[in-house]
Design a protein around this ligand. Structure first.
Ligand code: CAA
Length: 260
């Protein structure tokens, strides 16, 4: 489908989803959230895609948050529905089988930090800035920030960020574990694409089951999580790629995975 507020490019089994409202620093209004949701559906259904990279158009922002001008005069019920729309789109991205990587190329504030956190992991450029500035606007985060930030960086650091609205730079984000790597802005996309290609070179079913096991295991107690892992592990042995991966190791050659 045609999108107005996002760009969806596809190359070498990678989808690049760019939030594309650079004049508003890629702020998320209702239409943009609907398009993110639709783009995730498209990526999920496209057998030519294995990994999605989420980024922001332009060189200044990943996403500077939910659109404040759009939210300013919402009623409580409208705001609740707007929050639920963002939550659902981000949850769809988080829960989809295919891995996602956020390439954070500038401001990732409020809904932007929340979008990055809904990806499997984050790589930042040195120009990236992260924060949940909502309490400075008289609101709480609404697209998952109060829930994903504590899970990612621990409750103490998350609560400090949530209560102070402080903005942190890329190196501080690296220190607290919010991002995995920090690279120069001009190297960001190549760096992230190289990670995507390394993922794509592995057995796709095993990668997707690893994602599902990690995500689902984080929601349950340790005993249940071990069952989830045992099921995933066992299921791999029903795939051709397990035969190929182990056969290639024994025969001292490179595996040729087919995703079956
Ligand atoms: N919503 C709407 N418009 C935004 C925006 C946002 N979140 N962030 C930036 N913009 C717009 C600005 O209004 C401005 O538009 P005009 O040129 O028409 O005036 C344009 O983008 C450029 O922004 P600035 O001139 O402010 O750029 P700057 O370099 O001086 O500052 C910034 C950059 C520090 C990111 C600043 O724009 C800013 O603080 N933005 C708001 C960040 C924020 O509070 N985000 C959280 C939103 S609430 C939320 O996300 C709730 C939720 O969880 C659902």
């Amino acid at each position: 489908m045609a999108y107005e507020n996002v760009l969806l490019e596809k190359e070498d089994r990678i989808a690049i989803l760019s939030i594309n409202r650079p004049k508003a620093l890629n702020a998320l209004n209702n239409d943009t959230l609907v398009e993110i949701d639709k783009a995730v559906d498209e990526i999920k259904a496209d057998d030519s895609i294995d990994v999605v990279i989420v980024t922001g158009a332009g060189d200044k922002a990943f996403v500077a948050g939910a659109d404040i001008a759009f939210m300013q005069n919402l009623t409580a019920m409208e705001a609740r529905a707007f929050g639920a729309l963002g939550q659902a789109a981000f949850r769809k991205l988080e829960a989809m089988e295919k891995p996602s990587i956020a390439a954070v190329n500038g401001f990732a504030l409020g809904g932007g930090c929340e979008l990055a956190m809904a990806c499997d992991f984050r790589v930042a450029s040195t120009s990236a800035k992260f924060g949940q500035p909502e309490v400075g606007l008289g609101i709480t985060p609404g697209f998952g920030g109060t829930q994903r930030l504590p899970r990612l960086v621990g409750p103490g650091m998350a609560k400090q960020m949530l209560y102070t609205a402080d903005i942190i730079d890329a190196n501080e984000a690296l220190r607290i574990g919010l991002v995995n790597s920090v690279v120069a802005p001009e190297e960001l996309m190549d760096f992230v694409k190289k990670i995507a290609k390394r993922i794509i070179s592995k057995a796709p079913v095993a990668v997707r089951l690893s994602k599902a096991a990690a995500n689902e295991g984080l929601q349950v107690d340790i005993d249940r999580s071990m069952t989830i892992e045992a099921d995933a592990f066992g299921l791999c042995f029903a795939t051709t790629d397990q035969k190929e991966g182990m056969g290639a190791f024994v025969e001292k050659r490179k595996p040729q995975f087919t995703g079956k």
